[in-house]
Design a protein around this ligand. Sequence first.
Ligand code: NAD
Length: 273
Amino acid sequence: MPHAPQLVRIAILGATGRMGRSLIESVLESPQLQLVAAVTQAGEAAVGSDAGTLVGRPGIGVAIATELAPAVQLADVVIDFTRPQGTETALRECVAAGKSLVIGTTGFNAQQKAAIADAAKSIPICLAANFSIGVNVSLKLIADAARTLGAGYDVEILEAHHRHKVDAPSGTALRMGEAAAAGLGIKLEDCAVYAREGITGARATGAIGFASVRGGDVVGDHTVMFLGDGERIEISHKASSRGNFARGALRAAAWLSGRGPGLYDMQDVLGLK
Ligand code: NAD
């Protein structure tokens, strides 16, 4: 009789958040993964209750906790979608216990990024500012298109997000700009144009332009245009729910389980490098 494949045991840090709840839902749907711990910060109303209640499925037998150390002991992989301070705790506990870590939290400063790279010398870490599988495949398509089309095609990036988003252009639009720039063999910081108003003059050769739309409940739309003479190519990605980030993060967790120390990203997970 062949052995049944072992379940990958998952601890979620940031369990009560928007992404945390989406992750709980997706873990419960996965036949390869098992939710063993759900952790949030002290003071949240849900602390102590069953994690299933957050997603309308009470009785899964995992209580929402505030201490990460015991949760890390139970897990093969910790998934962190919190704030940079939460990630610092996750790094410390995962390094101490020798456990794998998926980091979805965004907004790190240079020191925090260095701490992540340092921790990745002793444990496997997958870090991505966007875990959507579709976005990550789009990044590969954008780099390939830029490389093949070359400098004769103007690159413009258009993004749309909900009315609550506070920054522009989106981090994902910037990653797309970097992918196009890498394909063209140039650096984004040397060619990015983030705004146009008034008498701007003709378009600079080699520029990569950005435009942002804000409104309604748009989860996230991105289009990269390659505009040539007599034709244009558009590579578009449209997110309609947070479930795609959660599924990507769980795919990363399964991929990371049993891997050696190192700093990986979604391009590694999807075999796109
Ligand atoms: P949220 O505010 O809804 O939830 C945050 C959760 O983290 C809450 O449970 C909160 O209690 C917990 N938390 C905050 N600080 C903590 C700390 N110091 N220690 C422990 N727990 C802490 O936020 P969200 O919308 O779920 O997003 C969470 C993070 O994930 C943000 O950084 C966001 O930018 C990022 N995000 C990343 C992706 C991606 O694909 N990488 C996608 C969506 C969101």
